[in-house]
Write a protein of this length. Structure first.
Length: 120
């Protein structure tokens, strides 16, 4: 394309508008056939960490979980063991972070740790 032509200059200017390598991943369009992850994006780092561990048992402190997630989990996570053990998939989507990684969660609230055990 001749960059000196009006059309060439317009096309060059538009390329930067519609083709961005630095666009955030969340803005990229995925194929309709691409399967959607059951894990909410916010909890994906915890899922990835647990999924990639070979150990049958993984013990994480609340601080380590916060560091993985990049945010502080809601207050029930620190005070109510059912937040970790009860998994109602319609309302408790956070639990898919460990269930999708084929693990159970056993919180020890007084010790501020959670034990994730691999399912058989």
């Amino acid at each position: 394309m001749n960059l000196r032509s009006t059309l060439g200059r317009a096309a060059t200017g538009l390329r930067g508008w519609w083709h961005r390598d630095d666009a955030p991943v969340s803005l990229r369009v995925s194929s309709p056939d691409e399967p959607k992850s059951p894990v909410p994006a916010a909890y994906m780092p915890l899922y990835a960490y647990l999924d990639r561990r070979y150990a049958t048992t993984v013990v994480l402190t609340f601080e380590q979980i916060e560091a993985l997630l990049g945010f502080t989990p809601p207050s029930p996570a620190f005070a109510d063991a059912e937040w970790w053990t009860h998994s109602d998939r319609t309302t408790d989507r956070h639990s898919t972070a460990w269930t999708a990684a084929r693990r159970t969660a056993a919180p020890h609230l007084s010790a501020r740790t959670v034990v994730f055990e691999r399912l058989p």
